[in-house]
Design a binder for this molecule. Structure first.
Ligand code: ZN
Length: 159
């Protein structure tokens, strides 16, 4: 299916698939989240290292089709340096893009833009979406933990 994409996009996707600057793991990362797309056999695990409210470093590890792994690589690159809020906005933009909604001008998709053509192949949308679904889940787990933590502290002052 990659062959059916525009030549330029094909190149970008294959480059990310063949060698990603963001492949790997981060020991001690605050967020670790895994997911799979059983329809295609794609698997990916993301590590996000946070610094305050910002994403300092992102690494991913996985296997599967070119789309799933390239999407993970592109997303990892784009998330680094973003605030948690910006990351959520980026993920929303990618979900919208898969529905044919052009992202707001304030959102820089970077290489993720190469995935716009994937929406023509509905079965492949799940391959690309695996990456942002996993990160979204990781971010919401993290914020849930943070909330629980601060609530706990509030309930047991001085303990
Ligand atoms: Zn796939």
């Amino acid at each position: 299916m990659v062959e059916q994409l525009d030549e330029l996009y094909r190149e970008v996707i294959l480059d990310h698939f063949k060698s990603s600057a963001h492949a790997g793991t981060i020991p001690g990362a605050q967020i670790h989240q895994e997911g799979a797309n059983p329809l295609c056999g794609d698997e990916v695990a993301f590590d996000l290292k946070l610094d305050g409210g910002h994403i300092q470093q992102v690494r991913f590890k996985g296997h599967g089709c070119a789309i799933s792994q390239a999407a993970s690589s592109m997303l990892a690159a784009q998330l680094e340096g973003k605030s948690l809020r910006e990351a959520a906005a980026l993920i929303e933009a990618m979900k919208g893009l898969m529905q044919g909604v052009e992202p707001a001008e304030s959102i820089d998709l970077g290489d993720l833009e190469a995935l716009a053509g994937v929406r023509k192949f509905p079965v492949r949308i799940k391959c690309a979406a695996l990456s942002w679904n996993v990160v979204e889940q990781g971010l919401s787990e993290y914020s849930r933990q943070q909330t629980a933590h601060s609530t706990q502290k509030g309930q047991h002052p001085g303990s």
